[in-house]
Design a protein around this ligand. Sequence first.
Ligand code: ADE
Length: 246
Amino acid sequence: AQRIAILGAMPEEIQLLESQMSKIKTKTVLGFQFKTGKLNGKKIVLTETGIGKVNAAVVTTLIIKEFHPKSVIFTGIAGGISESLRQGDIVIGNRLTYHDYGRLTNEGLSTNATRNPITKQLNPLYFSSDSLLVLQALNAAKEVRLQKMSAEASQPNISVGTIVTGDTFVTSSTAVGHFEKTLQASATEMEGAAVAQVCYQQHIPFLIIRSISDKANEKASVDFQTFKKIASDNSATLVKEILKQL
Ligand code: ADE
C-alpha cells in the first residue's frame, strides 16, 4: 500500500506523531530527513518542512517524488481569524489560498490566482482539500479527545474553514479584518497553500489541519509561545485519529 505523507513546519508540530511511530527508518534526501514507519496501523512518511512557503513547496515536491504517497496531510498551528476561534480549536482547511500573491497597487494587494507552470493554465484562486479526506477528518473529530487550554475550559471546537497562507507571521488586527473580509479566511499560517498548490499540480489528494495558537493580532507573538505546544499536539492528535479512518 502507498504511504500517507504527513508534514509539519516546526519540530513541535510533528513531535507527538514521531514519538508514537513504530518501525522508524530515516531516509535523507537533499539534507531533509524523511521518517518512514507505521502509525495507527497505517504506513506513513513524516517530515519537518521548515517555516514558509518555499520550504513547504520543496519538501512537498521531494516527498511526492521519493515516496509516491497516496495523499499528503499537513499538521500544525495557525493564527485564528474568525472571532469565535479560541486557542486549541482546530480548523480543517477545506480551501487554501495565498494572502500575499497577486497585484500590488496604491489601493493595496488584489489576490490573484497562480499559474500552473506545467499546463500553463491558471490555477484556482482557492485550492480545495480532498473532499473525502475532509469528511474523514470530520468523522475523526467525533472520536478525538483534545487538550483543553485550562481546567475550566470546554472541549476545543473543530470546524471547517478557509485557510490563508503567506510568508509573514501576522500580528495585526487590521490584517485579520482584511483577510476575513476579502478572502473569507478562518485562519492564517505560512505553508498550507504552498503544499496545496504542489499537490494540486501533481494530482495528489491533500488535507491541511491547523490548531489555533494565537489570534494573529497584536498579542500573537506572546500567545504563539504560550500555546504552540498544546495547539501542535491537538492538531497532531486529530491527524492520528484521521489515520484510523483511512
Ligand atoms: N502560525 C501561528 N500563528 C501565526 C500567525 N499569527 N501568523 C502566521 N502564521 C502563524
